[in-house]
Design a protein around this ligand. Structure first.
Ligand SMILES: CCCCCCCCCC/C=C/CC(=O)SCCNC(=O)CCNC(=O)[C@H](O)C(C)(C)COP(=O)(O)OP(=O)(O)OC[C@H]1O[C@@H](n2cnc3c(N)ncnc32)[C@H](O)[C@@H]1OP(=O)(O)O
Length: 286
């Protein structure tokens, strides 16, 4: 209920902002954590500092922004990137999965599923300009895209590292990984929780291209231009043919997946693992 109300408020605020900024001549709209520019190729920038973690609020704003773009028939493609220096996205917000109650976990997971389904099955062309670290849910966002360009900086890593946290990537994360890099590579990378450097990610196929850091955005734009030259109807039908079975696999068991997540994440042993991981992140500083 609370989330539905927040969603209505955000949609309302979003459209107000959209109108005001359009009058200023800059075609863009923004929520607090997501900025969307629609001048030229549309660009969606995550800005949830310090690490673009996907909190419930951030997920909601992201989903709403995507919905607005999908509803604008003049927009055929979106570049997904980050405004936080050195970070694409740190993935799901660990604080949404730690020390909360089952109802919260269920609500959070429903929103994770919702964003994934929208992104993965989007009719728009999605290109990610990966300009920073992209572990776990950050990698998931990138994997939803039709093409991934990553900055050539060995400090940035990408991959589904869930097993390093003592948690398990859900079957639909796994399915998408398999679709992208093949069964053997996915099996190994998932068990080891591998975080790939840009060069390794390119080699294994997690990303499609690695370019110097200052060229990530221009490359993403030129990729978008190429993809925009393809007729929408044939490209969309082809995308749907490639992705539908994977999305349907989750759609037919959404409720069971929410139940699985809620009972898994509520376990004492899993909460303990998350606690240790969060402590490790804190100690990194000291
Ligand atoms: C068999 C049954 C199966 C059932 C299904 C169960 C399914 C469960 C699966 C759940 C899926 C989860 C997917 C995820 O996405 S989990 C999140 C994984 N993310 C990570 O591991 C990233 C962790 N973060 C980092 O590695 C680094 O922070 C960074 C992104 C490389 C950036 O490093 P940097 O040095 O710049 O910054 P700091 O590390 O100092 O971080 C700054 C502060 O941000 C906090 N932080 C970092 N990441 C997160 C996060 N993901 N969520 C929340 N908060 C985060 C960090 O603690 C610092 O906070 P502080 O300033 O308060 O200390």
């Amino acid at each position: 209920m609370a989330l539905a109300a927040a969603r209505r408020l955000l949609l309302h605020a979003g459209s107000r902002l959209g109108r005001r900024e359009a009058v200023d001549g800059a075609r863009r709209f923004a929520n607090k954590r997501v900025l969307v520019e629609t001048e030229g190729p549309a660009v969606m920038k995550l800005r949830n500092p310090p690490v673009n973690s996907l909190s419930l609020e951030c997920l909601t704003e992201f989903t709403i922004s995507l919905e607005k773009l999908e509803n604008d028939k003049s927009i055929r493609g979106v570049i997904l990137t980050s405004e936080c220096p050195g970070i694409f996205s740190a993935g799901l917000d660990l604080l949404e999965m730690y020390g909360r109650n089952p109802a919260h976990y269920a609500e959070y997971w429903k929103n994770v599923q919702e964003l994934w389904l929208r992104l993965y099955t989007s009719n728009m062309i999605l290109v990610s300009a990966i300009n920073g670290a992209s572990p776990a849910g950050g990698c998931l966002l990138a994997l939803c895209c039709d093409y991934r360009v990553m900055a050539d900086n060995p400090k940035y890593t990408i991959g589904l590292n869930e097993s390093l946290l003592g948690i398990v990537a859900p079957f639909w994360f796994k399915d998408m990984y398999v679709n992208t890099i093949g069964h053997r590579e996915a099996e190994r990378a998932l068990q080891l929780g591998t975080l790939f450097s840009p060069a390794e990610a390119l080699k294994v196929g997690v990303v499609d291209e690695v370019v110097p850091e200052d060229q990530v955005h221009s490359k993403a734009r030129s990729v978008m231009t190429k993809w925009l030259a393809i007729p929408d109807h044939s490209r969309q039908l082809t995308k749907n043919m490639m992705r539908k079975a994977t999305a349907d696999n989750l759609i037919k068991q959404r409720e069971a997946d929410i139940q699985n997540f809620t009972s898994f994440i509520s376990k004492d042993s899993i909460q303990k693992s998350l606690h240790m991981y969060l402590e490790k992140l804190k100690q990194k500083k000291g």
